[in-house]
Write a protein that binds this ligand. Structure first.
Ligand code: SF4
Length: 210
């Protein structure tokens, strides 16, 4: 089986297990996903989801966040960790969105990567989830699982993205990454993967080796 065939089979099996693929961060408008994803660095999505209602309730727009006192943002987002850097990035990115992008979250990787604190993972998530364009979101689950399956050979997120690009049909890539996150939490965990209960076991080059 070629890597491409294996990727297609993994897509099929994960679709069966998780018909509805979705990001587990809560958001309503595009800039909320951008900020929630920034907050999720080194933090769980569940914890971010407990903080963002307060943040977006007090600062309900890009303009409001751009004009916010960084110290006040720090206090609100403190439970997410690295709160000083994250607060500075949130105000910085909203200032740039207001001043340079007409208050609209851009729809290209190139533009999104200009925003403070935004890396390829977040930029791809926004491009895929907000704008419905092909995107490969290389988070820790995606990197771990695609290595275990033998689809990729690197732990580097950007290299993983480029190794996956020729293997994934563009229209499937974004949801495949969401499903990898779900499967990585439920079955193929970093420690103690549940190989005996794994639908992907026939494709896996790492079964029993973890
Ligand atoms: Fe992960 Fe085990 Fe399944 Fe391989 S067989 S994908 S290591 S859970």
């Amino acid at each position: 089986m070629t890597k491409k065939q294996k990727a297609l089979e993994a897509i099929r099996l994960l679709k069966e297990r998780y018909p509805d693929a979705a990001c587990s961060l809560t958001y309503v408008v595009p800039h909320e996903l951008l900020i929630a994803t920034r907050l999720a660095a080194q933090c769980t999505d569940a914890r971010v989801n407990t903080v963002t209602p307060t943040l977006f309730g007090k600062y309900p727009s890009i303009d409001a966040l751009a004009g916010a006192d960084v110290a006040d943002i720090e206090e609100i987002i403190r439970p997410c960790g690295f709160f000083k850097t994250k607060a500075k990035d949130i105000v910085g990115m909203c200032t740039m969105l207001r001043d340079d992008f007409g208050g609209v979250v851009p729809d290209t990787l190139e533009e999104l990567l200009k925003l403070p604190g935004i890396g390829r993972k977040t930029a791809n998530l926004v491009v895929g989830d907000i704008y419905g364009k092909p995107a490969i979101v290389c988070d820790t689950h995606c990197i771990r699982l695609t290595n275990r399956l033998g689809l990729t050979t690197t732990k580097d997120p950007k290299k993983t993205e480029f190794e996956l690009m020729p293997l994934l049909p563009p229209e499937e890539s974004n949801n495949f990454c969401h499903r990898l996150v779900m499967f990585g939490r439920d079955v193929c965990r970093a420690r103690s993967p549940q190989c005996a209960a794994c639908e992907l076991e026939p494709l896996c080059v790492s079964k029993g080796k973890q």
